[in-house]
Design a protein around this ligand. Structure first.
Ligand SMILES: Nc1ncnc2c1ncn2[C@@H]1O[C@H](COP(=O)(O)OP(=O)(O)OP(=O)(O)O)[C@@H](O)[C@H]1O
Length: 511
């Protein structure tokens, strides 16, 4: 019998092919013969996974039908070891050796049994010696051999199911990839193409990136794309939204904690930075991060190490940081709400995603994409847009940006029954966009009316606003339409210029 380390080498392997080869080699070596094969029960018959010995390569991959005679078939069905005299045993499948010059004289075949007792295959070794017989067949020896085969069988079945899981994993990853590719990045405007080209350039480096842009412009999507194009693509991409989460929770999410670090810390928790080791961490809405945590992020960037709450030592981490915000961080620095040193650390590679109104060339393409994608998801036929309706959509300011456009596509698909979308089908605020103008700085109160109706256009209603809000929106609309010409705006409103002027003053509307 071979020494123990020999078995160790066999059972360690998780590649079924290598394992089968080693296993068969081991049995052939023990029995001092050179022909053998490993078989499993497949859907269409008994399949030869591995064959060894001169001329035997032709047997690998052969499937013996269930209803044809075969020693392996008999062993698999009966779950017992057997010895067959090849020249007279009716179980022997003679045709398989018909093209071989050396025929088997005796066959020794063992079942391959799982721990639950089920037989999934068989291994056979054959004597091809014409004169003296080589196979050792005394009972005790065969008994011992069956034990060795049992151990090998378990290792082999583990390796086979490991490979199954591995293949399943590969299939699932591919499916996930396909699913992700549905999140296609759409855009053809020069402004947007510039962003895409910067993504490509930035992806080849490892510096922090700060993505800025209004809400719904696609910052999240761009961050994902950056990771996807980077050398870290196979590693983790972990996202943390820094707003809408209590400060202490955010800290433990990012840095983790040691068991007992605070009341309720009943186990160690790995923080996001550690979990993303060798990958990318995306901190969304970083402008909302509290100052004390900003200091900790700065330390991660400076030293590439994190210290979980309650830990005494720091741990090295290798992560790329991408941050995004829709806030003006320079203004936040002026107000003492954002650390200047962190800003410069993050802003190594700045990336501004322009609002949709600065890339109107993208609107029709995106709309087409969203209408098609959402119709597909809902199991509906895609809808067409009439040219006049499209014109209205192009004129609308889309202050909720791409997210608003995406929501609009969902709404219109559900709301319109015909195959074509006409102007009459559009929500009122898109047909008459008096609330679509942006003077955020000049008329801060006007912001209070912006979000209404954007997420769900069907909910838009005059009843949602008070008189002053409507007044402000109307005056802003006229000013914008007339390029801030007050006389013309007053004329459109049908009131005197002085009255219009005083309304503007009262509402604090300035250019
Ligand atoms: N260029 C684009 N092509 C296709 N879909 C886009 C594009 N830009 C944005 N989207 C889609 O619009 C929606 C909003 O995008 P995203 O969440 O990335 O915006 P954001 O700027 O991160 O918003 P917020 O600041 O509110 O977090 C998402 O569903 C996203 O898939």
């Amino acid at each position: 019998m071979p020494p123990l380390h020999f078995y160790k080498a066999i059972f360690e392997d998780l590649d079924p092919e290598k394992l089968q080869k080693n296993f068969l080699g081991l049995l052939l070596g023990i029995q001092n013969v050179d022909r053998g094969s490993v078989w499993v029960k497949a859907d269409e018959g008994y399949l030869c996974l591995e064959a060894s010995g001169e001329e035997s390569h032709q047997v690998r991959g052969v499937v013996l039908p269930f209803d044809s005679p075969s020693v392996v078939g008999w062993v698999i069905e009966n779950g017992e070891m057997t010895v067959a005299e090849a020249h007279k045993d009716p179980r022997h499948h003679r045709e398989i050796e018909s093209t071989m010059t050396r025929k088997s004289s005796r066959i020794l075949c063992f079942p391959l049994i799982l721990t639950n007792g089920s037989v999934y295959g068989a291994v056979e070794v054959m004597d091809t010696a014409e004169q003296e017989e080589k196979l050792k067949l005394d009972r005790e020896y065969l008994h011992l051999l069956q034990h060795i085969v049992d151990i090998c069988a378990i290792a082999l079945s583990n390796a086979l199911s490991f490979t199954d899981k591995l293949n399943e994993n590969i299939r699932l990853r591919q499916a996930l990839k396909d699913l992700r590719s549905q999140d296609k990045i759409i855009g053809q405007s020069n402004n947007f193409l510039q962003v895409i080209s910067m993504v490509k350039n930035y992806a080849s480096t490892d510096f922090p990136v700060l993505i800025t842009g209004e809400s719904g412009t696609g910052k999240d999507l761009i961050a994902t794309e950056l990771h996807r194009q980077s050398a870290r693509r196979e590693k983790a991409f972990l996202v943390q939204n820094c707003s809408a989460i209590p400060d202490t929770l955010l800290e433990s999410e990012l840095f983790g904690y040691k068991k007992g670090a605070f009341t309720g810390a009943d186990r160690n928790k790995v923080g996001l930075f550690e979990a993303a080791h060798q990958g990318t961490v995306f901190l969304d809405e970083i402008g909302d991060m509290p100052l004390n945590l900003q200091a900790r992020i700065l330390r991660v960037l400076q030293n590439q190490e994190v210290k979980p709450l309650g830990a005494t030592t720091s741990r090295k981490v290798d992560v790329r940081l991408i941050a995004a915000t829709n806030k003006d961080l320079k203004e936040a620095i002026g107000q003492g709400k954002f650390r200047e040193d962190l800003f410069y650390r993050l802003n190594v590679l700045p990336l501004h995603v322009p609002p949709l109104r600065e890339r109107t060339e993208d609107i029709s393409l995106m709309l087409e994409h969203f209408l098609y994608r959402e119709a597909h998801k809902m199991g509906l036929n895609p809808k067409l847009i009439s040219s006049t309706a499209l014109q209205k959509l192009l004129e609308y300011p889309w202050r909720g940006n791409v997210r608003e456009l995406e929501n609009f596509a969902k709404y219109i698909l559900a709301a319109v029954t015909g195959n074509t979308i006409y102007v009459r089908d559009l929500p009122e605020h898109i047909k008459n966009p008096i609330f679509g103008l942006s003077h955020e700085k000049e008329t801060p109160k006007a912001q209070s009316i912006e979000p209404v109706g954007l997420e769900d256009p069907s909910l838009f209603s005059f009843a949602d606003f008070n008189w002053e809000e409507l007044d402000r929106a109307y005056i802003s609309f006229l000013l914008e339409k007339n390029k801030w010409n007050v006389t013309r705006s007053a004329h459109d409103a049908g009131i005197k210029r002085s009255t219009f002027d005083s309304r503007m003053k009262k509402l604090g509307i300035r250019r």
